[in-house]
Design a protein around this ligand. Sequence first.
Ligand code: HEC
Ligand code: CU
Length: 354
Amino acid sequence: MDHISPVLWQFLVKWMTTFAIIPPEASTIAPKMDALLVFMTLVSIIGLTIVALLITTFSVLYRKDRNPQATQIEGSTLLEATWTIIPLGLFLIMFVWGSVLYFRIFTPPANAMNIYVVGKQWMWKAEHPGGQHEINSLHVPTGQPVQLTLISQDVFHSFSIPAFRVKREAIPGRYTTVWFEATTTGTYHLFCTQYCGTAHSAMIGEVVVQTPEDYKAWLASSTSGVSLAQNGERLFSSLSCAACHNGAPDARGPNLANVYGSKLTLTTGQPVLVDEAYLRQAILNPSAHITQGFAPIMPTYQGQISEEGLISLVEYIKTLNSNYRVQQTTNTTELLPEGPDKPGKSSAAQGGTK
Ligand code: HEC
Ligand SMILES: [Cu+2]
C-alpha cells in the first residue's frame, strides 16, 4: 500500500511473482489487492507464531514432573478483554479495507468503455462496441478503464483475470459488471472459475493488453464492418419493432429515444431506472412491467433473439439517446480507427445517463 516503503513493496512483489506465489500485477487494482492479501497473511503468520510459541512454552514450563499439582485459575478479565479486542480490531481493519476495495472493483468510473462478454458451455465470446468479436480472447488497451458487461447463455460461469485481480460471475438471464484498468502490456490468463460442466477446464483464454495505439490498430484489423448498434438497428427492423416503436405521437408503443438512462413509471405506479438490464428484460418479458399509459400488447421475444442479438438491440436503443451519441464518441469512437483524433478527452458529457 502507499504507506509501505515503495522499494520494499517492489522487492516483495518481484520476489512473489518470481516464485509464482502471485500472478503478475497488470491492473491498477492489483497492487491494492495484494497489499490487503499481504496484510492478512502477515497477521495470520504472527497470530500462528504467538499461539505456537505459547503452546510450546507452556507445555515445557508446566509439564507434569515440574507441576504435579494443577493450579486452578478462575479467569482474568483483563487477559480475556485483551485477546478479544486486539483480534477484533485486526479483523475490523480487514473488513473495512476489503469493503473499500470491493466497492471500488464493482463501481465502474463514468468514462469506462464497455465490452460485452457472453459465456456459454464452453467458451467466452467478447463483443466490442465497434462490432469486433473474439472467442476465448479479450483485447484491451492500457490506461483506459474498461467495464465488462457479462451474461451467460446457459449455466453459471465466472470470468476471472488473475493478473488484474478481478473476477465476476456470468449469470444466465442477468447482466453483471466488473471493471479494471490495465497497466502493463502483455498476454495474461483468462479463466472460468465456476465449475460449469465437462469441458469447464477448457473454458480458458487469453487477455491481450496493448498500448492504445496497438489496440486501435487491432480494432481496425478485426472489424466486422458492422457495429453492435448497427446490427441492432437491422434487428430492430427485421423483427418489426418499428411497427409499434416508430416515435410517432399515435404509435402503439412508447418512443424509445432517450429512454435509456431515464426513469419510467409503471402502471403499478412504481418508478424504474432504465439501464441495460431493464432494456433486455423489457424485450424478453414485456408483460412483467408495463409502462404507464400503454397497453400490454408487446409480444415476448423470448427464445427468438440470441444474447448477442439482445446486446445489439440494447446498444441500438442506447444510441437513440441524443446525449448518448456524445458519450459514445468519447468512450469508444476515439478508440475506433475511423474516429476523429481529438487532442483532449472530455468526460464532461458523460454525467447524465447513468
Ligand atoms: C405490438 C407492438 C409492439 C412491438 C411489435 C414491440 N413493442 Fe416494445 N413496447 C410496446 C408497448 C405497448 C410498450 C409499453 C408497455 C410495456 O412496457 O410493455 C413497449 C415497451 C418496450 C420497451 C420498454 C421501454 C418503455 O418505454 O416502456 C422496450 C425497450 C421495447 N418495448 C423494445 C421493443 C423491441 C426491441 C421490439 C422489437 C424486438 C419491440 N419493443 C416490439 C409495443 C411493442
Ligand atoms: Cu464456465
